[in-house]
Design a protein around this ligand. Structure first.
Ligand SMILES: [Zn+2]
Length: 287
């Protein structure tokens, strides 16, 4: 019998790139549902089927209200639904009360669409910083069982550093599943996010994931598997500065988009890819 394959946790931060980019540049039409999320979601679901991978989709409440049928499709294809908050505001810019309200709004939407209460959480942009450590108390009070917001990437300022590479229990009782990071002697190399995969040859990416620790986390966004190039499509009255800002983001994101599929195919050849809830169930609540 062959030995069990090493395993990584696969996740998608399910959000509407068009809503977020338009809000970021201050475009008036930002709340309009974007035209790309449906084709992106199909591409993601098809690829995961082909790779025999199941994932946790951390669903953003406002994206779910704009695209309710897509959330149902994800559930029907056998994936786990987690919570990515409601409005995609950094946790450290909120008060504990506002954060609790944001969680409840997202969960109400998700529960209405899926009939299930998500128990896993991922903060927008990994924004549970050291200053926002209180967020774990709020998550526990709100009934969450696990979190995957700790990402020891040098790109995240004032980040909460995981106490270990492996999944571990926090003081609040929540389980924490850290994002994959390759801790080499002189550097910390984030290897868990598809946005970084374009920067590394496959050989080094796989080597980094081998060294990232047991059940390390991977995260993608639907736009990273979009079969078509991303275009922000700002309204006609957008200023030159808004257009330039959007153009920069488009270029960055299209770079990641070109590489994500091939990188995930290579990862799936070496690792079994499972959802977070499955890993959480292995530890159980009293472990
Ligand atoms: Zn996000």
């Amino acid at each position: 019998m062959s030995p069990p394959r090493p395993t990584l946790l696969l996740s998608v931060d399910f959000e509407d790139w068009h809503q977020l980019i338009r809000r970021r540049v201050g475009a008036s039409n930002w709340q309009q549902p974007g035209p790309a999320l449906a084709r992106e979601t199909e591409a993601v679901l098809d690829l995961f089927d082909r790779l025999n991978a199941r994932a946790t989709f951390f669903v953003l409440g406002m994206a779910a209200r704009s695209h309710p049928q897509l959330v149902k499709r994800i559930v029907n294809r056998g994936h786990e639904i987690g919570c990515h908050g409601d409005a995609h505001l950094p946790v450290h810019t909120q008060t504990p009360r506002e954060f609790g309200a944001d969680l409840r709004a997202a969960r109400a939407t998700i529960e209405e669409l899926t009939g299930t209460m998500p128990v896993g959480y991922r903060a927008p942009a990994f924004s549970i910083t050291r200053a926002a450590n209180w967020a774990y108390d709020v998550l526990a009070q709100e009934g969450f069982a696990y979190d995957s917001s700790q990402h020891d990437s040098p790109a995240i300022r004032d980040r909460a550093v995981p106490t270990g590479r492996a999944p571990h229990r926090l003081q609040t009782g929540l389980w924490e599943f850290p994002i994959a990071v390759w801790r080499a002697r002189s550097a910390r190399i984030p290897v868990g996010g598809a946005s970084y995969w374009q920067l590394l040859p496959t050989r080094l990416l796989l080597r980094g994931l081998d060294n990232a620790g047991p059940l390390a986390g991977l995260y993608l966004h639907p736009y990273e598997l979009d079969p078509q190039p991303l275009r922000a499509m700002l309204p006609a009255e957008a200023t030159a500065a808004q257009q330039a800002h959007a153009k920069l983001r488009e270029t960055q994101r299209n770079g990641a988009r070109r590489r994500a599929r091939g990188a995930l195919e290579a990862i799936a050849q070496r690792f079994a890819l499972i959802p977070y809830g499955e890993a959480h169930a292995r530890f159980g609540d009293g472990a």
